[in-house]
Design a protein around this ligand. Structure first.
Ligand code: KG4
Ligand code: ZN
Length: 336
C-alpha cells in the first residue's frame, strides 16, 4: 500500500510518500516563511497562491526521490481541514484532480490527526493507548488516544493557541516572523528568575489552557521596562518558562488522572527545546515514556498526512467528493 500525501493547511506545502511495507519513502516541505515575513503573519491569499506554484514541482520531486510512479500508488491523501480555507482548497483540489486523473481514491485527512499520528513514523513507535499533547499555531490540545480515531479531548485552550501566544509575544518583543522559534532562540541567554509570569489555570482543577492573559502580562512588562533592549532576553526566557511550566503541569495532571504511561508531543511548538527537556524530565520522574516525532515532522509536513491517510484508507472517496473544512473538531472523527 503506497500513499501520496499532500499538506496545505497554512503556510507550508508538504508532500510525502508513505509505503506500508517500507515506511516513509520521501518527503519535502516548502515553507512560505520568507513570503509572509514582511507582513508579520500569514496572509491567506498569498499562502493560497504560493501553494498553487509549489505543489506540482514538490510532488514531482518527492515521487522521483521515492522512485515511485503514479501506477505504484494506491491513494492520494490530502488535508481537508482545519486550516485556511483557500490554502486547503488548493491542496485538496490538486490532490483530488491527481486522484481522478490516475484513477485512485482520494482520502481526506484531519490535520490534527496527522500531528497526533506523526510519532508513528519513527523507529520504535509508541503503542496505543497514549496521551497526546498537540501544540501548534492553531491548537493546544490534550487528547487521550485509545486508537486511530478513538480520541477523547481532555483539555484545550480557551483563547490563544500556545504557538499563537509565542508568535504574538515575539511580536511584542519586536522579533521577526515567525516569532516562536526566534523567541526560543533569544530566551537561551535570558535569566529565568528575573520576572515571575503567571502559570494560567494551573491553580484550579481541570486540563484546559488559557494563554491570552500571559501575553497581556508580557505587554505590561514591556511597557514598564525602561531599558527594554537589555531586558528582552530575560522577558523571552521568563515567558517561555511560564508556558513550558504550564504545559508540563497539565501533562502531569492528565497522566495522573488517566493512568496512561505514554505521552506523545507533536505540533510546531513540540520543536521547542525547553519543552522537550521538561517533558523528558517528567517522563523520567514518573516512569512515563515520552515520544516525539523528529523536528521536521513536528511542524507541518506531508508525511503525517500520507501516514494518517494510510490509516484512514477506509475513508477513501471518489475524488469528485472533495471538500475543505476550515473548522473541524477531532471529536467529529469516526474510529477506524
Ligand atoms: O504545527 P505548526 O507547524 O503549524 C500549525 O499547524 O500551526 O506550528 C507552528 C507554530 C508557530 O506558532 C510557531 O511559532 C511555533 O509552532 N513554533 C515554536 C517553535 N518552533 C515552532 N514555538 C516555540 N518554540 C519553537 N522552537
Ligand atoms: Zn500543524
Amino acid at each position: 500500500m503506497i500513499v501520496l500525501g499532500i499538506e496545505s493547511s497554512c503556510d507550508e506545502t508538504g508532500v510525502a510518500i508513505y509505503d506500508a511495507a517500507l515506511g516513509l519513502r520521501a518527503h519535502a516541505v516548502h515553507s512560505q516563511v520568507d513570503l509572509h515575513a514582511r507582513y508579520g503573519g500569514v496572509v491567506p491569499e498569498l499562502a493560497s497562491r504560493d501553494h498553487i506554484q509549489r505543489v506540482v514541482p514538490l510532488v514531482r520531486e518527492v515521487m522521483a526521490n521515492a522512485r515511485v510512479e503514479s501506477t505504484d500508488l494506491n491513494a492520494v491523501a490530502y488535508t481537508r481541514g482545519p486550516g485556511l480555507v483557500g490554502a486547503l482548497l488548493v491542496g485538496g483540489g490538486f490532490a483530488s484532480s491527481l486522484a481522478y486523473a490516475w484513477s485512485l481514491p482520494a482520502i481526506p485527512v484531519h490535520h490534527m490527526e496527522g500531528h497526533l499520528l506523526a510519532p508513528m513514523l519513527e523507529q520504535d513507535p509508541p503503542t496505543f493507548p497514549f496521551l497526546a499533547l498537540l501544540v501548534s499555531g492553531g491548537h493546544t490540545l490534550l487528547v487521550a488516544v485509545a486508537g486511530v480515531g478513538r480520541y477523547k479531548i481532555l483539555g484545550q485552550s480557551l483563547d490563544d493557541a500556545v504557538g499563537e501566544a509565542f508568535d504574538k509575544t515575539a511580536k511584542l518583543l519586536g522579533l521577526p516572523y515567525p516569532g516562536g522559534p526566534q523567541l526560543a532562540k533569544l530566551a537561551v541567554d535570558g535569566d529565568p528568575t528575573r520576572y515571575r509570569f503567571p502559570r494560567p489555570m494551573t491553580d484550579r482543577p481541570g486540563l484546559d489552557f488559557s494563554f491570552s492573559g500571559l501575553k497581556t502580562f508580557v505587554l505590561n512588562t514591556v511597557h514598564a521596562e525602561s531599558h527594554l533592549e537589555a531586558a528582552k532576553a530575560d522577558i523571552a526566557r521568563c515567558f517561555e518558562e511560564a508556558v513550558v511550566d504550564t504545559l508540563t503541569i497539565k501533562c502531569r495532571r492528565a497522566l495522573e488522572e488517566t493512568g496512561l504511561k505514554t505521552l506523545i508531543v507533536s505540533g510546531g511548538v513540540g520543536a521547542n527545546q525547553r519543552l522537550r527537556e521538561r517533558l523528558v524530565g517528567l517522563g523520567q520522574k514518573t516512569g512515563v515514556r515520552v515520544c516525539y516525532p523528529r523536528m521536521e515532522l513536528c511542524t507541518d509536513n506531508g508525511a503525517m498526512i500520507a501516514y494518517a491517510g494510510y490509516c484512514r484508507m477506509a475513508n477513501a472517496q471518489l475524488p469528485s467528493a472533495f471538500s475543505a473544512k476550515a473548522r473541524w473538531s477531532l471529536n467529529e472523527l469516526e474510529p477506524v
